[in-house]
Design a protein around this ligand. Sequence first.
Ligand code: ATP
Ligand code: MG
Ligand code: MG
Ligand code: MG
Length: 561
Amino acid sequence: MRHSQTMIPTLKEIPSDAEIKSHQLLLRAGYMRQIASGVYSYLPLGNKVIKKVEAIVRDEMEKAGFFEMLMPALQPSELWKDTGRWYTYGSELMRLNDRHDREFALGATHEEIITSIVRDEVKSYKKLPLNVYQIQTKFRDEKRPRFGLLRGREFIMKDAYSFHTSKESLDEVYDRVFQAYTNIFSRLGLNFRAVIADSGAMGGKDTHEFMALSDIGEDTIAYSDRSNFAANIEMAPVSVTYEKSDEEIQEREEVDTPGQKTMEEVANFLSLPIEKGIKSLLFKIDDAYVLVLCRGDHEINDIKLKNIYQASEVELATPEEAKEHLGADFGSLGPVGVENIEIIADTAVQAMVNSYCGANENDKHYINVNPDRDFKVSQYADVRFIQEGDPSPDGQGTIKFAQGIEVGHVFKLGKLYAEKLGASYLDEQGKQQTMTMGCYGIGVSRVVAAIVEQFHDDKGIQWPKSVTPFDVHLVAINPKKEDQAELAEQLYNQLSDQGYEVLYDDRTERPGVKFADSELIGLPIRITVGKRASEGIVECKLRENGEQLELNITDLTEYLE
Ligand code: ATP
Ligand code: MG
Ligand code: MG
Ligand code: MG
């Protein structure tokens, strides 16, 4: 591509509203322009990078056995009403009415659409599992669109969906996608980490996020310095259900009105300070610690106890497992594992147990209490904040915190959407069964910003080879000089024929301007044709580390390999 013929509007000044490097650099280097808050046009260079990312995503998704399709952005409200998300998704869902006053949403995600298609078209177990994906524009009316491509209101996502006859089949495909994501983010050059995540609005259970590590990331990751344990601390109030009889629950609710109690009140009750702005707590529940982590703008003070009683998914580990994980004996009940987090068990706080569970501390019943049988939650005590330096919940190493950018997210959805939309199939016995689902997203446009966050210096972007818009930046210092123009043209043709994508700066600008633009744009290799053009000598420079050398053009092919 000839610079003179394309549109690469570089800027010297840092745009005033661009706070972070990727936003500044993608604007300054002429990759994109803002059209409205959180809405961007990808200019030719930006579009090239998007396509490179998409190609890697496609390649790995196809290898994982997924088929590409394309669904509409414009979605009728009926399907969203069937799943209830028309009411629960809130103002992030962009809504509009057509000329007949029918309600629509602009797709924020596509569970409703794909599930309705599969419901109508797939009737037999023989057609399952079914794995599909698309790369498509999504709309979310984010409360705070910011940081350029990191949080847009219109953005490009790869979303994939899988449909199964069993949990085992889902597990298998989930693992395959997990591996595909690992391959994708490695190929993209990102420094990333897969973390245990919160299922949030998706309502799923098993879920991981892929986080590109970066100080400007909006998510905080708690990870072990010695093992693979890593979790997003944004997780929803993770917790446990009181599982006595309905009667007793009712009774207790009347007494304790859990729906009205905030964590602050609980903390007061325990004489523990909880400051404003605290988003995570590790607290002891009966014989277990439970990690409560707040999502989004919420903080601990907002959490109603009701949430804690309502949440369910708790699995109990055995005391042997506790010992093995934690290297210590934690009493008879062992640790509670919330999803994949093993949480430490310790001595019960009996006063709390008594006041909330109605168990008497002298009651034998209590001593032999079986949390699975008698209750799943009990009480609150020894509140303390999860901190760097804590022992990792898996017993290996120490907790460290890091910031991350969520670039991908995989969920085991289970039967939720299939049930709501009636997606069923006939099994081998001819019996009607509900499908089991998974869904898997990658923020394609967000990835571009995440890469720039990790790959830049003072002068501009430093693209990894896998996603660079062009392989080589060919710069003629003075294309008005015949020998330079001739050699540059020759190299442009030759390198293009060899399969390299070349951006040729054929402008008659000052060399300083061209070099500055070249550093800003950030292609991995610059080849400069200058004074020694007549001798067939050019200068090659690596953007990554600034290494440069003079080369005879006969050695160029070898150099580029
Ligand atoms: P976030 O927590 O950052 O709001 P999310 O959890 O709401 O993201 P998902 O519903 O999991 O997002 O969507 C899948 C992927 O789409 C995310 O992992 C992220 O990479 C990308 N994504 C989500 N929202 C945006 C956005 N506003 N702009 C750009 N990419 C986004
Ligand atoms: Mg979001
Ligand atoms: Mg998220
Ligand atoms: Mg997510």
